[in-house]
Ligand binder design. Sequence first.
Ligand code: CAA
Length: 395
Amino acid sequence: MTTATAPAALAAFDLSLSEDQLLVQKTARDWAQERLLPLAAEIDEKGAVPRELVKEMAELGFMGIDVPERWGGAGSDAVSYVLVMEEVNRACASTGVILGSHVSLACAPLLRYGTDAQKERFLAPLARGEKLGCFALSEPASGSDAAAMRTSARRQGDAWILNGTKNFITNGAFADVAIVFAQADAAKKHHGIVAFVVEKGAAGFTVGKLEKKLGIRGSDTAQLHFADCRVPDAQRLGAEGEGFKVALASLDGGRVGIAAQAVGIARACLEDSLAYAKERQAFGKPIAELQAIQAKLADMATEVDAARLLVWRAAALRDRGETYGPEAAMAKLFASDVAVRAARECVQIFGGYGYLRDFPAERHYRDAKITEIYEGTSEIMQLVIAEDMLGEPDQ
Ligand code: CAA
């Protein structure tokens, strides 16, 4: 039987939060509601998250939430990470993706695959939030089929020469450190891929075009160019040929984070809809008293809770040191679908006002969609879940 569907994986989950986790949740909720939420519309409008907010998240320990204190982090766990992600994204999904990419896709691979020297030099400043990280896997011609990357790595003495272009890189424009994947031996297909840690300012490494996006407009999405960029072998992350594994293992964690982001966005839709429905009068009473609206609110509340439970399960499995890839995929597949549906209903409940930029509903609608696309599309999530159930096809 498979990991994701075996009864054992579904049973005996203690879903109560520890005192530490509750404290993390409260800290994140208070900060997000008081500090971030009032700025969310402006962040979207201006297309930038103030650096000050990232600094504040660092001071609260969020930027290295699940990194051990030894390496500059807050020493919490993956459950704490998803609690923070839900709260931050409930307030502002642009800020949420900056945090998520940094924690899951830059800090996590360094923690798991880095040498002590790499952790000291790269992970600790990232986990303290002094530096910002990004994850450079996708390319103009390879997204879902990540192994088809064309960026090349050529060995030259004790270094590697990188050439190619990376696409859709969250935090790409401002990151100080990039986890970069390149093909060193195309004949070996995914076994030829190598991961590297590349610093901003490395000769031959430049930031290219900044994308204009439908949603999460306050986060930057950039192209990165590598032109004869020399990276010392000491900055290779993991073994030669192990890069694809580094990427997919990191994405398992990233997908739990994006699922938590989707829960945060869906919760924003629910809470905003609820508040509006209690205020808005139609047919002589608040629309919250109309059964058509109540049914929408009830479905949203049920789906938000169900999505959150899947997210917590995936995070708890990660904390237990168990495999959690299929559970992460289930959480992301379901939660992103919930977020998109909740956003659609939120706009509908707000009616004409839902279509205006003066109200948050249309922002949620635009922000929700990306959760079905980045860090693995919904179709790739279905593939991961199905492969886990069916096993490898017979050769
Ligand atoms: N962890 C570690 N290793 C894994 C793994 C995992 N979760 N899943 C698979 N692998 C290993 C396999 O064991 C296999 O290794 P061996 O050959 O040594 O046995 C190897 O990876 C290849 O596995 P598959 O044959 O299953 O690989 P595939 O080429 O068929 O692709 C895929 C699998 C699921 C489609 C994968 O390519 C995938 O997840 N694609 C989506 C990529 C993605 O999510 N991109 C988003 C980029 S990040 C982003 O969005 C930008 C941002 O900044 C936010």
